[in-house]
Design a protein around this ligand. Structure first.
Ligand SMILES: Nc1ncnc2c1ncn2[C@@H]1O[C@H](COP(=O)(O)OP(=O)(O)O)[C@@H](O)[C@H]1O
Ligand SMILES: [Mg+2]
Length: 202
């Protein structure tokens, strides 16, 4: 590469314009949230509807939601169509909020290990999830939402988002998991990015 060519290459800029989301909601249902796949509205006290931009992602998430719901780790599903899914509206605190209040405990780590084991049993193979999408249900269960990408072409073993979302509590979590589950600890600690994930916790 000549300096001149390198200079020219350095001047190329590539960006993605922010995608604009349009919503038409004549009955004024409460918008709970929106993300990459669609928008979610509360339709009564116990149910919400996720309306997808693309029917493919609706089909795909319906499949993973059903697998998860059967094992009790996803919202119950009540109805679906090509472009939407009506499901249980979760009001329990998310793992993200729960940790801010309660910190990380051995018991919570155990529950998360059980959740990862259940991912494996139901056929999910992305063993990672954002703490904002995990709900701490009363009793000892947890439910996850936004599962459209839980089945990947190749397994994802390092729980980057999960540990990362815990901030400084990620250290406690990993230490508990080292004792509780040599299997998951082994998957993580043998991963080439593990040290980097741990060094970024604060
Ligand atoms: N079953 C549910 N119960 C409660 N809140 C939900 C539920 N499903 C989605 N939400 C809320 O709506 C937001 C967007 O839904 P999500 O499934 O993450 O959509 P996307 O796939 O577009 O990211 C979530 O971050 C969450 O706050
Ligand atoms: Mg989301």
């Amino acid at each position: 590469m000549t300096e001149d060519l390198l200079h020219k290459v350095n001047q190329i800029r590539v960006w993605k314009p922010e995608t604009v989301i349009e919503i038409e909601n004549p009955d004024g249902f409460r918008l709970i949230g929106k993300g990459k796949q669609g928008a979610v509205f509360q339709i009564d006290e116990r149910r919400c509807v996720k309306i997808y931009y693309h029917s493919k992602s609706c089909q795909r998430e319906l499949h993973t939601l059903k697998l998860g719901a059967k094992a009790g780790i996803c919202p119950e599903i009540y109805y679906w169509d090509t472009q939407f899914i009506v499901m249980e509206y979760l009001t329990a605190p998310t793992l993200f909020d729960y940790i801010q209040q309660n910190g990380m405990t051995r018991e919570l780590s155990e529950r998360l290990v059980t959740l990862l084991d259940t991912f494996e049993q139901v056929g999910f193979n992305r063993f990672d999830h954002s703490a904002r999408h995990i709900f701490i249900m009363p009793g000892d269960s947890m439910k996850v939402i936004d599962v459209v990408h839980m089945i990947k072409p190749t397994p994802v073993y390092l729980a980057k988002k999960l540990i990362g979302d815990m901030g400084m509590y990620g250290h406690d979590f990993v230490n508990f998991v080292r004792e509780l589950s040599p299997k998951w600890y082994g998957h993580w600690s043998n991963h080439w990015e593990f040290e980097e994930v741990m060094s970024q916790l604060r």
